[in-house]
Design a protein around this ligand. Structure first.
Ligand code: SF4
Length: 87
């Protein structure tokens, strides 16, 4: 799983992220800024957790964002539950 985060207030609506991952980004008709589809907002940062198959495209989006407001993090799987040592 990966977490994609966007600092939306600083978006300039250039469309670069949409070109990289159009299923995850859309320019809003209301304010011209890009919306991270499926994201929840917390203190001005929008974030969403998605499957690994979106990683490459969204890393390109982050790299191509001219104002550097997209972050992509790999989330490590949690440890498997401890097994009992008793037979
Ligand atoms: S690439 Fe960055 S600045 Fe451009 S629309 Fe996407 S989030 Fe906004």
């Amino acid at each position: 799983m990966i977490r994609i985060t966007q600092q939306r207030a600083k978006c300039i609506g250039c469309n670069a992220c949409v070109e990289a991952a159009k299923y995850r980004w859309r320019v809003s008709r209301k304010d011209g800024k890009c919306t991270l589809i499926g994201a929840v907002q917390k203190k001005g940062f929008f974030s969403v957790i998605v499957e690994d198959d979106e990683e490459v495209a969204n890393r390109i989006a982050a790299k191509n964002c001219p104002v550097r407001i997209i972050k992509v993090e790999t989330l490590h799987a949690t440890s498997p539950p401890k097994q009992s040592l008793q037979n």
